[in-house]
Design a protein around this ligand. Structure first.
Ligand SMILES: Nc1nc2c(c(=O)[nH]1)N[C@H]1C(S)=C(S)[C@@H](COP(=O)(O)OP(=O)(O)OC[C@H]3O[C@@H](n4cnc5c(=O)[nH]c(N)nc54)[C@H](O)[C@@H]3O)O[C@H]1N2
Ligand SMILES: Nc1nc2c(c(=O)[nH]1)N[C@H]1C(S)=C(S)[C@@H](COP(=O)(O)OP(=O)(O)OC[C@H]3O[C@@H](n4cnc5c(=O)[nH]c(N)nc54)[C@H](O)[C@@H]3O)O[C@H]1N2
Ligand code: SF4
Ligand SMILES: [Mo]
Length: 727
């Protein structure tokens, strides 16, 4: 591994930077003054400041230890429901994203060919003027819809959305369809709400996890809830073709055949309904469509499911019995990213319905930690202009039940390539690395080739920035304010714990500047970041200074708190919909039904992807601390399969799918089914501006074929089949 940073090197960087600062002032003025006034820092400028992690979307509360104007340690904030005093490895290493020597610290304008990586530094004035003039040119020539926007969940997203909707474009891509569309759309169709079932119940006895690798794909509080449940003696049944760290902690690991989770859950429903093990009063009072469901699942016996799933019929029957016996303290976890196959929507519906039949709703679904929208203020703004252009992502004209705000990102990319129903000309990307995260990397690069103008807002030279025309450097999460975040009955602040380095600026500032240049200033009515937060806090009667000092404000009591509120659902029938008329009306099955997933041909393998604890998606592999604790990524293959192909650990192999080819080292292991291989996402970077991560591993996204679940719009990330041969 290259460019490894030793602890001594890190301390040296710290000392050097502190030395530079010491020449002028130990701490740059604004942050230090505010922190001193709030009582965070002592006279020497050392102390602790509360803020929020941004190393993944979970946004744990953190406490930053500051010494000599530098962050030297990050710890979990015990007051924050998502962290409860803990930060995961990525959160603890987050300071190295801020101190990454590869940070982009000034606006950059491309001078070489796209992808050549030649840029010149520019002033904000010049870069923002250029972006605004290119956007205006595209709008004048082709209409606002020819500008595509995309961003992954972050706190300044509402301001990004102001920019694009005020500009007048309907084309907005988010990570959702690459992530959790099947789960969200299924919960909306079943319960009328997005929020999935989680492990809140303190008495939970039985947890069924379908491909939810909570011990590695970490959400700190939920991961610790699972650990506590295991400590209490809860039974955990885990379905995954791989033996992950969650499998190691589970009571039972079922190495299910990929894509066949639907058959497993349909068979559980079959047993539970046939043997009348469900909660009859709950079903009678709160659901519609039981008879249709009963009729459909009567076909799906455990004997039917056994050959499909690779799980014996007796095991499926036993699990159905155990699950029902533990109810209502039993939870079928929705998973997060069960969008693995084009049948994933029905898999998710079967899981949602399994919970409904147990009547565990009020036990596992409504308690604890969910994010509520406390009544925060907001700057005034006019309504958005009416947008009549069709959306390039096919919602709703091709995907009628996908909510507008969820979208189908991979379809948007495909239609940039096809120019159908019209040609896009510009792409504005913020806090996202679509070149790596959308399947079929070559096709995403082809889409880039169709565009006149690409601008990216990032903190580092990620792969997407590398192929952009203008890069706007955002201040890191430790250097900026973002809009406030309500979590439970508190409202948390992200505030700068150090001064921004170089010329980096907050997104709140960047979007406002652009808005004003585009004549859209009315959508950004705040003087600066602090003014934005003060307007948010106005209805609460709490001062910004108080929130900065404490790290959060208490929200006023929300109405649903207190004793057993009546159960109501925001569905057309007002009940939990076991049969959905909405689905039936647009030609889909109203109840979960079997759809055979495609399978690999002789000599091919399922290509699995999956998170590791030391990195987040496609944006943290250059973090020198995380890098230091990561093994070189190798492709897993079952040891017996490898032997039959004459392959051993560390052999180089060529892996090919119908859209790409990569070369990687092999790890022969018992921890995966013989018909699967597995790659860690986030490697094989294209950007040479990532000096730590470049040259390491290979990209699974270069192999992934684009398959979209026609109901939920989710990308089927395990539906790519590959061949493997010795290099
Ligand atoms: N450390 C870390 N934590 C993270 C993230 C991160 O990047 N790094 N990302 C966050 C985000 S955005 C998300 S969405 C969540 C994702 O959380 P998870 O969904 O739990 O994580 P993944 O690793 O994407 O997928 C989980 C497992 O699904 C398995 N799998 C693949 N195909 C199938 C199948 O057909 N059936 C079954 N049963 N299993 C299958 C894979 O082998 C993998 O182990 O994690 C969040 N937490
Ligand atoms: N092969 C494969 N593909 C996948 C997945 C997989 O497991 N395997 N997982 C899917 C899932 S679940 C998801 S959620 C998506 C995620 O994929 P994306 O939505 O593309 O998200 P990230 O990879 O997290 O990209 C984050 C980008 O934000 C930048 N960044 C970090 N901090 C900041 C900041 O403070 N400000 C700004 N402006 N930028 C910042 C990082 O440098 C990085 O370039 O990928 C999906 N695609
Ligand atoms: S789960 Fe880890 S990376 Fe994500 S916000 Fe929490 S500490 Fe940060
Ligand atoms: Mo995700």
């Amino acid at each position: 591994m290259t460019n490894t940073l030793s602890r001594r090197d890190f301390l040296k960087i710290g000392a050097a930077t502190a030395g530079v600062l010491a020449v002028g002032q130990m701490l740059p003025a604004p942050v230090a003054q505010a922190a001193r006034a709030a009582g965070h820092l002592n006279a020497d400028g050392d102390g602790y400041i509360s803020s929020m992690c941004e190393m993944c979307v979970w946004r744990c509360g953190l406490i930053a230890k500051i010494k000599d104007g530098k962050v030297i340690k990050l710890d979990g904030n015990p007051e924050h429901e998502h962290s409860r005093g803990n930060l995961c490895p990525r959160g603890q290493s987050g300071l190295m994203n801020t101190y990454d020597p590869d940070r982009v610290l000034t606006p950059l304008i491309r001078v070489g060919k796209r992808g050549e990586g030649k840029f010149r530094p520019a002033s904000w004035e010049e870069a923002l003027d250029l972006v605004a003039s290119k956007m205006t040119e595209i709008k004048d020539k082709y209409g606002a819809e020819a500008m595509v926007f995309s961003s992954t969940h972050n706190l300044s997203q509402p301001l990004f959305e102001n920019l694009l909707y005020a500009f007048g474009s309907p084309n907005y891509g988010t990570q959702r369809s690459l992530c959790f569309n099947a789960m969200i759309v299924s919960n909306l169709m079943t319960y009328g709400m997005e929020e999935p079932a989680r492990i809140y119940d303190e008495k939970l006895e039985y947890i069924l996890l379908t491909g939810r690798n909570l011990m590695e794909a970490i959400s700190t509080s939920e991961t610790s809830d699972l650990s506590h449940a295991i400590d209490r003696g809860a039974k955990v049944v885990y379905l995954d073709p791989r033996f992950t760290k969650t499998a190691a902690k589970a009571s039972e690991w079922l190495p299910i055949k990929p894509g066949n989770d639907l058959a497993f859950h349909l068979a559980l429903l079959n047993v539970i309904i046939k043997e009348r093990l469900y909660n009859r009063s709950f079903v009678e009072q709160n659901t519609v469509g039981f008879d249709e469901l009963k009729k459909e699942v009567s076909k799906y016996t455990p004997d039917w499911a056994a050959p499909l799933t690779g799980i014996p019929a007796e095991t499926i029957t036993r699990i159905a019995h155990e699950f029902a016996a533990a109810a209502p303290h039993a939870l079928a976890h929705n998973g997060w990213r069960t969008s693995n196959f084009i049948n994933s929507f029905h898999t998710q519906r079967a899981i949602s319905i399994l919970n409904a039949l147990m009547g565990n709703w009020d036990v596992v679904l409504t308690e604890g930690g969910s994010e509520e929208s406390a009544t925060l203020g907001a700057p005034k703004q006019p309504p958005f202009p009416r947008i009549s252009a069709l959306r390039l992502d096919g919602v709703p004209w091709k995907y009628p039940v996908v909510p507008l705000k969820i979208g189908v990102f991979q379809e948007l990319r495909d239609n940039i390539v096809s120019g159908d129903p019209y040609q896009a000309h510009g792409w504005f990307i913020s806090r996202q690395n679509p070149i790596m995260s959308i399947p079929d990397r070559a096709k995403t690069l082809e889409a880039f080739g169709k565009l006149d103008f690409i601008v990216t807002v990032d903190i580092i030279m990620n792969d997407t920035a590398w192929f952009s025309d203008v890069i706007l450097p955002e201040a890191s999460y430790l250097e900026r304010y973002d809009p406030l975040l309500p979590v439970g009955d508190r409202i948390f602040i992200r505030q700068p714990v150090i001064e921004p380095q170089g010329e980096a600026k907050s997104a709140l500032w960047i979007y406002k500047q652009l808005g004003e240049r585009l004549g859209l200033g009315d959508y950004f009515q705040y003087a600066d970041e602090e003014d934005y937060l003060r307007q948010q806090l106005a209805p609460l009667g709490v001062s910004l200074e108080e929130v900065k000092a404490k790290g959060y404000a208490e929200a006023p009591e929300t109405p649903h708190e207190g004793e057993a509120a009546e159960l109501t659902w925001n569905t057309p029938s007002g009940k939990v919909e076991l049969f959905s008329d909405t689905l039936a009306k647009v030609g889909f099955s109203g109840v979960p039904t079997w759809e055979e997933p495609p399978a690999p041909k002789e000599g091919e393998f399922y290509l699995l992807t999956g998170k590791v604890a030391q990195s987040t998606q496609f944006g943290t592999q250059n973090n020198q601390l995380l890098h230091k604790y990561s093994d070189e990524p190798r492709m897993w293959m079952n040891a017996k399969t490898a032997a039959s192909l004459g392959l051993v650990t560390d052999d180089w192999v060529e892996v090919a799918s119908e859209v790409g080819k990569i070369h990687t080292r092999l790890l022969a292991t018992e921890a995966i089914r013989p018909d699967c291989v597995y790659m860690t996402p986030g490697y094989g970077h294209l950007s040479k501006g990532l000096t730590t991560a470049f040259g390491i591993g290979a990209s699974d996204s270069a192999l992934h074929v684009t398959y979209t679940d026609p109901i939920s719009g989710g990308q089927a990330l395990s539906q790519t089949f590959v061949t493997v041969k010795k290099d």
